[in-house]
Write a protein that binds this ligand. Structure first.
Ligand SMILES: Cc1ncc(COP(=O)(O)O)c(C=O)c1O
Length: 366
């Protein structure tokens, strides 16, 4: 059988997404029980209490299909975000929305512009559609180079992904640069701002993408319940997009793409501002302890607006392995001279600091 002829040629060079190691895998590999997984930017606390109660209560009703249009949640989001519910779509994680948008917009030969390094799913969805990837390097400060990104737009550009704050560097681009960038982007380009870490960003320079959404301009915003709301395992995210883009996504998404448990959990998550603020403030505080440790140890890091920190190192594989042997799982990026470490609870911070101290003692400077 000629499977190469059977499978679409675009898939040939693609590689499956490689998730960070799971804690159970590391326990098995290392023989240690005390493993701390800081490789997927998850939140350590689990779903908000109201969300958890709602999700438990709905389990007995899983005999019926989910609400395929997520009406209640979209209405709740509409109040929460102050945008019309016709402009809201929910997805099986914001990841699904990234793929749906690419499927709706990109044809072979079209160009899709995004920064690099950034979220690995952007090149994947671009390759899936046979579109041309245009990767624009971050500045030396690891920030989106919005002026170079605007320069990269051609007549063939259909889509741009902006990741703000950026994964894996934790950096943001500022309001002023963004406004100058928007002025330069022609109307044939859909700009999608991925704000997976929106709730963690505290800088006064941070532009809330929704403030630029008017339903007419080809601009949209994606957010997720996987990060600060700690529902990564339930899979739910949302997008705010112009109505005609939403209609296109509705044509190609699965009829019941978001499960009932996730819809209910997301719905109740929006009720608890106190817990949201608590998590955000604690995350900020834990980062200051980590920074102080890194400063003391001479570890080079990028100040972050998220729940993870990007660390420069010339030997990422050794650093990854050495931290693993201390029971701490971080993220490496193949050949890139960096590792990314998640920010967790105060206990997690203590373990992380002890692990970095041990690794620096063993390896010398990272
Ligand atoms: C920048 C960015 N966008 C999107 C996602 C996908 O999130 P989810 O599909 O869980 O909503 C992630 C997850 O790591 C991310 O870092």
């Amino acid at each position: 059988v000629d499977y190469d002829a059977l499978i679409r040629a675009e898939l040939g060079p693609m590689r499956p997404y490689v998730p960070g190691l799971r804690a159970s895998e590391v326990r098995e590999l290392s023989g240690r029980d005390d493993v701390l997984k800081l490789s997927s930017n998850e939140n350590p606390y689990g779903p908000f209490p109201g969300a958890l109660a709602g999700m438990k209560a709905v389990l007995a009703k899983l005999n019926v299909y989910p609400d395929g249009s997520a009406r209640a949640l979209r209405r709740r989001l509409s109040q929460h975000l102050n945008v019309d519910d016709q402009h809201i779509v929910v997805g099986n994680g914001s990841n699904e929305l990234l793929r749906l948008i690419a499927q709706a917009v990109l044809a072979p030969g079209d160009e899709c512009v995004f920064a690099w390094p950034s979220f690995v799913v952007y090149p994947m969805v671009c390759q899936l559609m046979g579109a041309t990837e245009v990767r624009v390097p971050l500045t030396t400060g690891e920030v989106h180079d919005l002026s170079a990104m605007a320069d990269a737009v051609t007549e063939r550009t259909k889509l741009m992904f902006l990741c703000n704050p950026n994964n894996p560097t934790g950096t943001i681009y500022a309001r002023e640069q963004f406004e100058a960038f928007l002025e330069r982007i022609p109307a044939h380009v859909l700009v999608v701002i991925d704000e997976a870490y929106f709730e963690y960003a505290l800088s006064s320079e941070y532009p809330d993408g929704l403030a630029y959404f008017d339903g007419v301009r080809p601009l949209g915003v994606l957010r997720t319940f996987s990060k600060i709301y700690s529902m990564a395992g339930a899979r739910i995210g949302y997008g705010v997009l112009p109505e005609l883009v939403i209609s296109a996504l509705n044509k190609i998404r699965e009829p019941f793409n978001v499960n009932t448990v996730a819809q209910v959990g997301a719905y109740y998550s929006l009720d608890d501002d106190v817990e949201l603020r608590r998590r955000r403030e604690e995350n900020q505080e834990q980062k200051t302890y980590l920074y102080a440790c890194f400063d003391r140890l001479g570890v080079s890091y990028v100040p972050s607006e998220t729940n993870f920190v990007y660390i420069h190192t010339e030997r990422p594989v050794e650093v990854f392995q050495a931290l693993l042997s201390q029971g701490v799982i971080v993220r490496d990026f193949g050949n890139s001279p960096a590792v990314r470490v998640g920010v967790g609870s105060p206990d997690d911070t203590r373990v992380t600091i002890a692990a970095f101290e041990a690794v620096v003692a063993k390896l010398g400077t990272l």
